[in-house]
Write a protein that binds this ligand. Structure first.
Ligand SMILES: Nc1ncnc2c1ncn2[C@@H]1O[C@H](COP(=O)(O)OP(=O)(O)OP(=O)(O)O)[C@@H](O)[C@H]1O
Ligand SMILES: [Mg+2]
Length: 261
């Protein structure tokens, strides 16, 4: 249970933010060696983790080129960075490149304690490849209009991949991000979501806090900033990350079920 894909077809829900912060948390608080794979040509996650680059490009994972960096030290992050080249992969033959990616990610998972894969906001070849190579998937969502419909679509996608290509795929959780506790609409949406998908939605949420992007822009996790809003943000994030790790480590992990989608 070491390959976690952070995924949602919807854009701007916090995939890259949570990938970066979860990587820092696993390395800082659990002494883990973490490999972050940025599959998005926007390279947001690579910008925030720029100081951990140098190990190569994520696009190489779709080839036979050897990519596994030699030594994975404890409490370390290794970035396989995104590049414009990734977008071209959408035109490649899936049956030619997805098995290569799957094999390369399996090799990474032997070398590192955790492999985190950030995906682009589109159900294309790269997202399919990531889900096919994954042990678990974390889905950040925003509690805005149509969020419930979006969750249903996402569960259908995950179930389809699990059934056809990757029976070991587990859902590490759906997590509400950029939550506004003062919004009646968002509170109602969260309530509806928990009522419909109680087994999938994590019993924790992450509020909108300016300290989160401030930390990312400075290249440090929010818990290294000395301000009240950073402390509040960190508390929420730690709770979410503990739950994700618990679910990844659970003897009986949360499985997707046919009825769910
Ligand atoms: N909890 C939060 N509080 C404040 N800002 C946040 C929070 N989560 C994410 N953001 C900000 O929202 C924006 C979108 O987040 P992010 O880039 O992580 O989303 P994404 O799902 O990766 O987007 P894309 O689909 O484009 O890759 C970023 O500017 C990020 O800093
Ligand atoms: Mg992103």
């Amino acid at each position: 249970m070491s390959v976690l894909v952070i995924s949602n077809q919807k854009g701007g829900v916090g995939k890259s933010t949570l990938t970066v912060l979860f990587a820092h948390w696993l390395a800082d608080k659990h002494g883990a060696s973490v490999c972050v794979v940025d599959l998005d040509a926007q390279c947001n996650c690579s910008k925030s983790l720029a100081r951990f680059g140098g190990a190569g490009e994520a696009s190489s994972l779709f080839s036979t080129e050897p990519v596994v960096p030699s030594a994975a030290a404890p409490s370390s992050i290794t970035l396989l960075k995104g590049s414009k080249r990734l977008a071209d992969l959408e035109l490649a033959r899936p049956d030619a490149v997805i098995p290569l990616f799957r094999r390369q990610v399996a090799a990474l998972s032997k070398a590192y304690d955790f492999v985190l894969v950030d995906t682009p906001p589109a159900l294309g070849l790269r997202m399919s490849a990531a889900l096919i190579a994954a042990d678990a998937v974390l889905c950040p969502i925003e509690l805005e209009e149509y969020s419930i419909d979006g969750v249903t679509d996402m569960l259908k996608t995950l179930f389809g991949v699990q059934k056809r290509y990757n029976p070991r795929l587990r859902l590490a959780g759906i997590v509400a991000n950029r939550f506004n506790p003062h919004s009646v609409r968002q509170k109602a949406a969260l309530h509806e979501l928990v009522a419909n998908y109680s087994e999938f939605v994590l019993p924790a949420k992450i509020s909108t806090r300016s300290a989160i992007p401030e930390g990312l822009a400075a290249g440090v996790p929010v818990w290294q900033l000395a301000k009240t809003s950073a402390r509040d943000a960190s508390e929420e994030l730690f709770k979410v990350f503990e739950l994700v790790l618990q679910r990844m480590r659970a003897d009986v992990p949360v499985a997707l079920e046919e009825g769910a989608a």
